[in-house]
Design a binder for this molecule. Structure first.
Ligand code: FPP
Length: 239
C-alpha cells in the first residue's frame, strides 16, 4: 500500500472509554454515576459517526479482566448495559446501526446476553454502520480463541497446518469481516492499549487524550478525527 495522508474519514474507529470512575470520584459521586454519564458519551459519538460517515465504531465496554472488580460494580455495569440496550435500541434503529458484540460472550449474565442477542438480531439487517461492543473482551483471549479453533480444524483434517498464515488467523477472530481500525482513541490520560484488539490495531493511528470518558462528547471526538486527518499513514513504506 502506498503512503497516504489520512485525510479521508476513518472507516473504523475503536475507543477505550476510560476514566468514568475518576470522573465521578473527582465530583464526590459513586463510580457508577461516571459509567452512567459515560453511556451518554456513546450517543454523542454515534451522532458524529453518522454525520461524518464512519462505518464501524468499536467500544471497549468491559474487558475480560474487569470481572475482578468489586461485585457491586460489576453488577451495576451489567445492569447499565442491559438498560442501555433496552432504552437505546430505538436510537440504533433511527440511525440504522447494526449492533454486534465481540468477546467471551458466554461469560455474560444470562439476562444481559439475552438482551444483547435480541438487539443484535433486531439490527442485523442494517448494512452501512456498525456499533461493536467489546464485552468480556481481551485481545490475547481473542487470539487464543482463534488458535484453538484453528487447531480443531487441523485435528479434524479440515485445515493443512502449512496453510496457516496471517489471513487464516484473521479469519478466525471474533468478527473477521470487519476492517481493521484506522484510529484508536483512549481517554483519561492513560497511555496504554490494555489488551484491546491487539491483532487488528497493528497499523492503527493512536490518539490519547486526558479528557475523561464522560466528558468526551462531540467536540472532543471531532478533535480526535482532525488529529487523525493530519497524519501520514505509511504502512511500512517510506515517505
Ligand atoms: C472505564 O472506566 C470504563 C469501563 C470499565 C466501562 C465502560 C462502560 C461505559 C462507558 C458505560 C456502559 C457501557 C455501555 C455499552 C452501555 P473506569 O471505571 O476504568 O474508570 P477509572 O479508570 O477512572 O477507574
Amino acid at each position: 500500500m502506498s503512503p497516504a495522508r489520512a485525510s479521508r474519514v476513518p472507516r473504523h474507529v475503536a475507543i477505550i472509554m476510560d476514566g468514568n470512575g475518576r470522573w465521578a470520584r473527582q465530583r464526590g459521586w459513586p463510580r457508577i454515576r461516571g459509567h452512567r454519564e459515560g453511556a451518554e458519551s456513546i450517543s454523542a459519538v454515534l451522532r458524529v459517526c453518522e454525520e461524518v460517515g464512519i462505518e464501524v465504531l468499536t467500544l471497549y465496554a468491559f474487558s475480560v479482566e474487569n470481572w475482578v472488580r468489586p461485585r457491586e460494580e460489576v453488577q451495576a455495569l451489567m445492569s447499565l448495559l442491559r438498560r442501555y440496550l433496552r432504552q437505546r435500541e430505538h436510537e440504533l434503529h433511527k440511525r440504522r446501526v447494526r449492533l454486534r458484540a465481540i468477546g467471551r460472550l458466554n461469560d455474560l449474565p444470562r439476562t444481559v446476553r439475552a438482551e444483547l442477542d435480541r438487539v443484535v438480531a433486531a439490527t442485523e439487517h442494517y448494512g452501512e454502520r456498525q456499533l461493536v461492543l467489546a464485552l468480556s473482551y481481551g485481545g490475547r483471549a481473542e487470539i487464543a480463541d482463534a488458535a484453538r479453533r484453528i487447531a480443531r480444524e487441523v485435528r479434524e483434517g479440515r485445515l493443512d497446518p502449512e496453510a496457516v498464515n496471517e489471513r487464516v488467523v484473521a479469519q478466525h477472530l471474533y468478527a473477521p469481516d470487519l476492517p481493521d481500525p484506522d484510529l484508536v482513541i483512549r481517554t483519561s490520560g492513560e497511555l496504554r492499549l490494555s489488551n484491546f484488539l491487539l491483532w487488528q490495531i497493528s497499523y492503527a493511528e493512536l490518539y490519547f487524550t486526558p479528557v475523561m470518558w464522560p466528558d468526551f462528547r462531540e467536540a472532543e471526538f471531532r478533535a480526535a478525527l482532525a488529529s487523525y486527518q493530519g497524519r501520514r499513514r505509511r504502512f511500512g513504506d517510506i515517505e
